[in-house]
Design a protein around this ligand. Sequence first.
Ligand SMILES: [Fe+2]
Length: 162
Amino acid sequence: MRTLDFIHLDENKVKGIVSSLQGLLADFQVFYTNIRGFHWNIQGKSFFTLHAKFEDMYNDTAEKADELAERILMLGGVPVNNFSEYLKVSKIKEVSKVVCGCDAIEHILDSYKIIIAAERALLAQASEAADEATVALMSDYLKEQEKLIWMLVAYGASCDCK
Ligand SMILES: [Fe+2]
């Protein structure tokens, strides 16, 4: 038995959606590891604020990675779990040794720019396939991330480590 036998979606269109979800999963996994590094290595007057905020952010990112992997399974795919594969596919590159909060926020905003472009494309692709559940997932992510970006931009306007 397969989930696709029960959920009334076009198999060919679903293959494309699964492939896009795998790409987004890879982006989130690399992003997660980058944010953990920011959480650990950040220094300066904003340490306590950013250390805690980055923890919230990597936990949220881990939760989304899990949701994406489960969506891939619902659509009949097998989510990739090898970091070596993520690094081949991810549009977000690894960063390390970031100690300045402003640099970390800049990296995070650049990463969201990449992620949001991928989510918008995926939303359009899923919409074309009448895959409402994936559309709703992307829509939820975009709503949260646009709010977070507003806050990060507001916070990043006052840099205390450069
Ligand atoms: Fe920690």
